[in-house]
Design a protein around this ligand. Sequence first.
Ligand code: DNO
Length: 357
Amino acid sequence: MKMVLRWFGPGHDSASLEQIRQIPGVTGIAGTLMDKQPGEVWPEDEIADLKKQTEDAGLELQVIESVNIHDDIKLGLPTRDGYIEAYRQTIRRLGKAGVRVICYNFMPVFDWMRTDLRKPLPDGSNTMAYEHRILAGMDDPHAIIEAFRQGSGGYSLPGWEPERLAHIEKLFELYDGITTDRLFENLGYFLDAIMPVCKQYDVRMAIHPDDPPWNIFGLPRVIANGESLKRLCALNNSPYNGITLCTGSLGVDANNDLPALIRTFGDRIHFAHVRNFKRTAEKDFYECSHFSADGSLDMVEIMRALYEAAPNAYIRPDHGRMIWGEEARPGYGLYDRALGAMYLQGIWETMAKNLRR
Ligand code: DNO
């Protein structure tokens, strides 16, 4: 296991690499080039700069989160081949720079979704929350985009690129009639095209599940449960076709038994986002601290399953609350994620002392 922290890059993150370096046990970052649009080839010099800055701070750049997929690939449009070639080129460049895992998603239109980015908690912190009835009662996606813009404290949110969402009506039109089966077909086409490059450059792909794992705004879902993970693995047998096991995304559906999913798909889990949430109704939740007692997930059982079934995965703490007066991008403050990193490593250390694999 290697513990990493997501970092958005200079000028894009309230935390510095030097601060991250001081969290015990965190050896690297899940880095990105924030301003790259889906479909763009990542420039070699910018990859080299990010690597150098990371290494100068005493950290490793072995994980990228994310290289986003152009909508034409998800939609299966005739123009997809050009964008797939661009993606292959980015994989080659990242592989040469020492990147071993790329996290990506295949969600239509929206990446992750919340209905409140700053819900106050009784302890004085604030956090992100999701209430299904709010979305269900909304027929204009502009309203949610505007709510995100206002709640984000001026930070750009990952997966919520204003350039792309400016064309939201057009995106909805394009996805009209696209089913989960079509998304899987298009994902298979994409994976078949990139797997040889991944193997050659030793770069593992790790798909992020849909967040939340149920339909929103009538859009189909692709990765939402054990069935879809099985389908993903069957699309292409290569071990380079893997998973980002996100406990918060999959776990909010109470039918998803996370330790069981980890044990079933362990050899394909290259990256894990480990966080906790408190379920307040069937489809409502807020994000809490990583601590089991604060939320709905049993973190010891999750870490035990990762320890046993995916011992070489990169792991990162995921969204945290805003605590101690910190101002940061929602979910991505330094303090609560640092607490999460320590808590998860405490569990791991205990496993290592007490369990044989
Ligand atoms: C949200 C993140 C996602 C994730 C992408 C991966 O905070 O977990 O934006 O990075 O879905 O492509």
